[in-house]
Design a protein around this ligand. Structure first.
Ligand SMILES: [Fe+2]
Ligand SMILES: [Fe+2]
Length: 408
């Protein structure tokens, strides 16, 4: 198990590599090392997920939005310095083993001996028959719905502002006809080369309409542990070629589930935020019908025909892993939203977008509990400020806030 000292050490290297006041795209910092952080297991787990996210992000081409100060080439070379990247990469396998392997093991056991064709046939009717997405159903009843939606957009932005960059890593190489089907899905995700239709660009438009920055990685300090866990679970699949058949399972579940959940979001936005740009959701409601069929008919079924039922069970495991990862993230976000509403009702929380100029220090409910009844200003994701440490202590495990002053 990787200890706090190793995470603090890598955090120090990442901060040096990022330099002072880095552009968001090249901000590599994590929350490790400040006084007392390592005595809180939830904080340590959070920092480990941040470190793993940094390892995954380093595999992408990221550029800041403008040249900024100093030589862009010198900063590019520092950001992608192979020796420094190797330092973090050396921790990656162990972080994946500790943070992500248990859920994968559970999914593999659940999928043992399952038949892919029967599973795929049942999945779409099952997901279509579901009641409305629990989060959008909750929003209809909450007076703080705008704050909750803002938080949803921020937590989901970890992945969606670079949508399909993870799955792109599963497309390069040489593996026959299924590769070409995956590539056709990928070019849809990238808007067929029309920048304005790229899914991440459509997502940026919704963020702007909720008053948020649309810059990739800008909100990393406000991702909670569950959001990082979902991001990392997806990237763990696609950044390891040994997980190829699990990747296909991810796509099978994600494309099938997304056509339904995005429909709920499109309807919710049309009803409660009619001025917000909802093209991101409307586009998925439509195109993921096709992506589901393509994954099943042109990728999963042919792979099983070629390689046998062993890979079918692995594809089902990837789908079930994805189901549980989305469910955990969704349940957590709803629990955080409900805790925020309870605090607001008691007069102990107020809706506010996060202030990117004032990052504060990460704090968990466990650490807040130690502060007793002290007044505080704790920004929780995109929701707003919780005004007492005791109120934040009642938030669910995995919630992370940033203190903008305790005892003030
Ligand atoms: Fe997409
Ligand atoms: Fe899709």
């Amino acid at each position: 198990m990787i200890g706090a000292a190793q995470i603090a050490e890598i955090g120090g290297h990442l901060a040096v590599r990022a330099g002072t006041d880095p552009p968001a795209a090249w901000d590599l910092r994590i929350d490790a090392g400040e006084a007392g952080w390592d005595t809180d297991p939830a904080r340590l787990r959070h920092a480990k997920h941040q470190a793993l996210m940094r390892a995954y992000q380093a595999r992408y081409m990221l550029l800041p939005e403008d040249a900024g100060g100093g030589s862009i080439l010198a900063r590019l070379r520092r950001h992608y310095d192979p020796a420094e990247m190797a330092r973090l990469e050396a921790l990656r396998a162990e972080l994946e083993h500790e943070l992500l392997a248990p859920a994968l093991e559970t999914a593999k056991q659940a999928a043992h001996g399952r038949n892919l064709a029967a599973y795929a046939d049942a999945l779409l009717p099952e997901l279509r028959a579901r009641p409305e997405d629990a989060f959008t159903a909750f929003l209809r009843t909450s007076p703080q719905r705008e704050a909750h939606y803002r938080n949803f957009l921020i937590q989901s932005s970890a992945d969606l502002l670079a949508e399909a960059s993870a799955s792109a890593l599963g497309v390069v190489g040489e593996f026959g006809a299924p590769q070409s089907a995956l590539f056709r899905i990928l070019i849809d995700e990238f808007g067929y080369g029309a920048h304005g239709r790229k899914h991440s660009v459509l997502y940026r438009a919704v963020m702007r309409d909720f008053g948020l920055s649309d810059t990739y990685n800008a909100y990393w300090p406000f991702f909670d542990t569950a959001a990082l866990e979902l991001h990392n679970a997806i990237h763990h699949l696609f950044q390891n070629p040994r997980n190829f058949f699990l990747q296909v399972g991810f796509l099978l579940f994600a494309e099938t589930a997304y056509q339904r959940s995005t429909r709920d979001h499109a309807r919710y936005l049309a009803e409660f935020h009619p001025d917000a740009d909802a093209r991101y959701f409307a586009e998925h409601t439509h195109i993921d019908l096709h992506h589901t069929r393509m994954v099943i008919d042109e990728v999963a079924v042919p792979l099983v025909e070629t390689y046998g039922e062993e890979v079918g069970a692995e594809i089902v495991a990837g789908a079930e892993l994805t189901r549980s990862a989305f469910a955990r993230a969704g349940e957590h976000m709803l629990a955080v939203s409900q805790a925020f509403d309870a605090a607001a009702e008691a007069g102990l929380a107020a809706s506010a977008p996060p202030d990117l100029a004032m990052l504060g220090v990460a704090i968990t409910p466990t650490a807040a509990a130690r502060l007793g009844a002290a007044p505080a200003r704790i920004q929780v994701g995109g929701l707003g400020l919780v005004l007492s440490a005791a109120a934040f202590a009642a938030f669910p495990p995995g919630a992370v806030g940033r203190t903008l002053g305790v005892g003030a």
